[in-house]
Design a protein around this ligand. Structure first.
Ligand code: FRU
Length: 497
């Protein structure tokens, strides 16, 4: 893997000619996605500023133009009318002030005064490379121009370590107050959420305190990307506790999960009901973000969401501190498909958005035994055990296996027999006990990813996978009925900056 110097990683991006050739080369990669948001070059990580405004969904992401490396981060902007087809709009937030001199880090959006405001972390580093996080604000006008406030809303909180970032903004109609949640780390290295409060969206923020989450006082050493969503009449705290081992998750220590409960905004207390759950049981999913104001939207598609107490989530299809086969091609990372979240019992249910059915072009010819590059598969399991292999070689061997053990109710995915193996040290299989029989699978395959929705959203497994040319077969052992649809392109891989 390429070694980057600090100068190379943190080089300022000045004009598109610096990466045009790189983009042209990358656009030819067989692993470019066709219905997932991805970067024109370089590294994509967290989704940011997800919001609906004036007939459009806006979705930004963390972007480092130079290659598959976490260096100087910009916000890149994409839009969609229906959450299915996405268009590249270009650079959004540039790290061009003293407060964000080493990156415009993650954050969220609010529509105020009929305009979009983007709250983000200015990642400042001193000459001695000491990190200081500022919470900054940018107004994106409807003409697409960006206006950065010259001063941050507030600076680093001296009672926490250098790790404090990822502002999530809320307006509470009940009290007319604005709240900003930040993920943070206490001096004794415990992950937590800290809260700022104001009666105006763009000034006067004051530290209101640390969120009390009884039972989670010591749960990982940093909580990245926290948010609290109202879903099906419950509050849901979604966050990424770091440096923690979880059963069934191999050696991966970066997790994205959630706790159901009740949020008291006055007391700043989130009272858990039940335990921490992993959001996605696959290998590559992190930093999930929910759209801010789905109640305000006016989606034309009648099959799309209509109730306000659902959430729409998208995540980074990647993980911190890992490597991917496309690193050598100077790009890595993309975003997941949008998912609709509801609560059933003590769990979140995640379903692919109804509108994604529009991606289906036609049913694939099953006799070929070959997977189209982009497709959706649906399995109805009439039997007990099931063993499905995707991306097998021409002789039917190898590939990624998805197996259900009827006796134990474990669903296991294993990508160790793929030709391109990566992140082996984190473990090449993941297991989830379904607690039920396996009845239904909906699987979305793009050129370098697989998203598996189990039992109508009861569990999701999201993974990157990089099949070689010969790895396009599939086979299934079990008593199942299967349908496969070819999917059309829904992202424009346009070079827009
Ligand atoms: C999560 C994260 C955030 C940070 C951003 C930087 O992946 O580390 O905490 O704001 O990425 O790109």
């Amino acid at each position: 893997m390429r070694k980057w110097t600090r100068e190379e990683r943190y080089r300022e991006f000045k004009n598109e000619e610096e990466i045009r050739e790189l983009h042209e080369r990358i656009a030819k990669s067989p692993y470019r996605q066709t219905f997932h948001v991805q970067g024109v070059t370089g590294l994509v990580n967290d989704p940011n500023g997800y919001v609906y405004h004036n007939g459009l969904w806006h979705l930004f992401y963390q972007w480092c133009p130079w290659g598959a490396v976490h260096g100087l981060k910009y916000w890149y902007h994409t839009v969609s009318e229906d959450l299915v087809t996405w268009q590249n709009k270009g650079l959004a937030i540039r790290p061009d002030t003293v407060y964000d001199n080493k990156g415009a880090y993650s954050g969220s959006a609010l529509v105020a005064e009929n305009s979009i405001y983007l709250y983000y972390t200015g990642n400042h580093r001193t000459e001695d490379w000491v990190r200081k996080s500022y919470t900054c604000l940018v107004n994106m006008r409807d003409d697409g121009s960006y206006h950065k406030y010259s001063k941050p809303l507030f600076g680093p909180n001296p009672h926490y370590t250098e790790h404090q970032r990822d502002p999530k903004i809320y307006y509470r109609e009940e009290t007319g107050m604005y709240y900003i949640l930040l993920g943070a780390q206490t001096p004794d290295k415990r992950g937590c959420v800290i809260v700022y409060k104001s009666n105006e969206f763009n000034k006067n923020y004051e530290f209101a305190g640390e969120l009390n989450v009884p039972g989670y006082e010591s749960f990982g050493d940093m909580w990245e990307c926290p948010s609290i969503e109202r879903i099906s009449g419950k509050d849901v705290l979604i966050f990424c506790p770091q440096h923690l081992f979880i059963k069934g998750r191999g050696n991966d220590t970066n997790h994205n999960g959630y706790i159901l409960g009740t949020m008291d905004w006055e007391k700043l207390e989130f009272m858990p009901e039940g335990s921490f759950h992993v959001l996605d049981f696959g290998f590559d999913s992190y930093a999930a973000a929910c759209a801010s104001n789905i109640g305000a939207r006016n989606v034309k598609d009648p099959t799309a969401l209509t109730k306000d107490d659902k959430a729409i989530l998208v995540a980074w299809m990647g993980l911190p501190d890992v490597e991917y086969p496309t690193d050598d091609e100077e790009w890595a990372g993309c975003l997941t498909m949008p998912r609709e979240l509801t609560v059933r019992g003590r769990r979140l249910i995640q379903r692919p958005l109804e509108g994604l059915r529009k991606l289906r072009i036609e049913e694939a010819d099953m006799r070929t035994g070959k997977l189209p590059g982009a497709c959706e598969m649906e399995f109805i399991n009439r039997g007990e055990d099931l063993k499905l292999s995707l991306f097998t070689d021409e002789d039917g061997n190898g590939g990624m296996t998805i197996s259900f053990d009827y006796r134990t109710k474990d669903l296991l995915i294993d990508r160790s027999s793929m030709r391109k193996r990566f992140n082996i040290g984190l473990g090449e299989s993941r297991t989830r006990n379904l607690g039920h029989n396996l009845a239904h699978l909906r699987i979305f395959i793009d050129h370098s990813s697989v998203e598996i929705f189990v039992n109508d959203g009861d569990a999701v497994f999201t993974s990157r996978v990089f099949p070689e040319e010969s790895e396009h077969g599939w086979k299934c052992e079990g008593d199942v009925s299967v349908r496969i649809w070819k999917l059309r392109e829904a992202v424009t891989d346009d070079f827009v900056l």
